[in-house]
Design a binder for this molecule. Structure first.
Ligand SMILES: Cc1cc2nc3c(=O)[nH]c(=O)nc-3n(C[C@H](O)[C@H](O)[C@H](O)COP(=O)(O)OP(=O)(O)OC[C@H]3O[C@@H](n4cnc5c(N)ncnc54)[C@H](O)[C@@H]3O)c2cc1C
Length: 361
């Protein structure tokens, strides 16, 4: 779909596969869109024929390209602006401490399906169905001592009940690890205390794997490159354990899992070492990836866009998304991304000349 306005073209459900330049000005004047399934197919076919990593050999089997060959393919993309796109990758990663609660307490599923709760939601918009996916408490905490006037947390704890599919399928655990830790508790009410770093010091990368715009990129989150990041998550896990073992939690029957993560058996009596060991096998993304088109002073060689979100060295092209954030916010990223978009809309309105329509006033 595209809008009919002359000043603004909005295009949705289209994949941008190329930016064209005009003469020597490198103005991003046209984007190539795949507007039909036919085009998608022909574009994919063309890329396959011209050297994507999915290229086939004569025998019909997929041809595996070496890193050197892949680099040669990527080098075929002409460089218009030499910018550090894909550097400065940051994300909120986490690890967890699982526990069970009193089986008499209704599970999330039971509460969601309870007719009284459904009625309460319909009439008052309150009750369990109004909860934020049952993430019932969040704690912003500090691993280090801070001055009394400093309010800058460095880890976040979430408490939420999980169906077994979350650790089994979404956490990326090896099946044998999942079985060893979660197996005996599959029929219990499982709750996770998740410890998430807020201001990671590690930086990862996002790189192209081929010239094919339909190929997924190679993301190297590089979690824990800086050992301090792991320490902060471990501090959070220790706080989880203290909370789980606290008196108020005992009242709801909270009990930490008795199962031990495979490979971490020698450390069970030392929380620092045991949780450190767990983070080596069980680390999750909270999906707050940012930073790969860093905004900032255009003279700074680590920036990709200037404070008006313009891509350096290319006219008519702005980046408006989470990638421009120079550092990841100490919280969720959706609302900050919407704020980036709101600000961008204001910037663009200030810089374009809109015709004056008398009949509107
Ligand atoms: C599973 C999950 C759960 C999350 N939960 C939360 C949460 O609870 N709270 C929170 O605050 N944040 C959450 N986030 C993070 C939040 O969704 C992101 O920070 C936010 O959506 C980032 O916005 P964005 O515009 O940068 O990217 P996106 O929202 O990813 O938008 C990018 C868009 O660009 C399109 N696109 C990509 N390439 C092309 C191309 N070549 N041509 C045309 N279009 C293209 C994509 O289809 C997509 O629509 C979650 C993220 C995930 C993945």
């Amino acid at each position: 779909m595209t809008s009919k306005s002359k000043e603004l073209d909005v295009s949705v459900k289209n994949m941008i596969i190329r930016l064209r330049n005009e003469g020597l000005t490198y103005r991003a004047i046209r984007v190539q869109l795949n507007i039909s399934l036919f085009t998608v197919r022909s574009v994919v076919k063309k890329f396959k024929e011209t050297g994507s990593t999915e290229n086939k050999t004569r025998s019909g089997r997929p041809r595996i390209f070496s890193t050197r060959e892949k680099r040669a393919i990527i080098n075929k993309i002409p460089v218009i602006a030499d910018l550090p796109v894909g550097n400065n990758f940051q994300d909120h990663c986490a690890s967890f401490v699982p526990f069970t609660i009193d089986p008499q307490i209704p599970t999330v599923k039971q509460r969601l399906e309870n007719p009284a709760n459904i009625k309460e939601y319909i009439i008052n918009r309150s009750g369990p169905l109004a909860s934020a996916e049952f993430v019932n408490s969040l704690l912003f905490m500090n691993a280090r001592p801070v001055a009394p006037n400093v309010d800058f947390p460095d880890y976040l704890l979430y408490f939420f009940e999980v169906p077994k599919e979350v650790p089994e399928k979404q956490a990326g655990l090896k099946p044998e690890i999942y079985k060893a830790i979660f197996g005996p508790y599959e029929n219990s009410t499982m709750v996770l205390c998740m410890s998430q770093i807020l201001q990671p010091k590690s930086r990862g990368t996002v790189r192209l794997k081929s010239t094919n715009p339909y190929d997924s990129p190679a993301i190297d989150p590089n979690y824990f490159e800086n050992p301090q990041d792991r320490k902060i998550i471990v501090e959070g896990m220790k706080t989880c354990q203290k909370i789980i073992m606290s008196e108020p939690m005992k009242k709801i029957g909270a009990k930490p899992f008795e199962t031990v993560a495979p490979g971490c058996e020698p450390f069970v009596r030392d929380p620092d070492k045991y949780f450190t060991c767990i983070t080596k096998g069980a680390v999750l993304t909270i999906n707050h990836q940012v930073g790969t088109a860093k905004m900032g002073d255009p003279r700074d060689p680590t920036t990709v866009v200037d404070p008006l979100l313009r891509v350096k060295g290319i006219k008519g092209l702005r980046v408006v998304d989470a990638s421009i954030m120079p550092i990841v916010p100490s919280g969720n990223t959706n609302v900050p991304t919407i704020m980036v978009a709101e600000k961008a809309a204001d910037i663009i309105k200030e810089t374009i000349e809109c015709p004056y329509y008398e009949y509107l006033y």
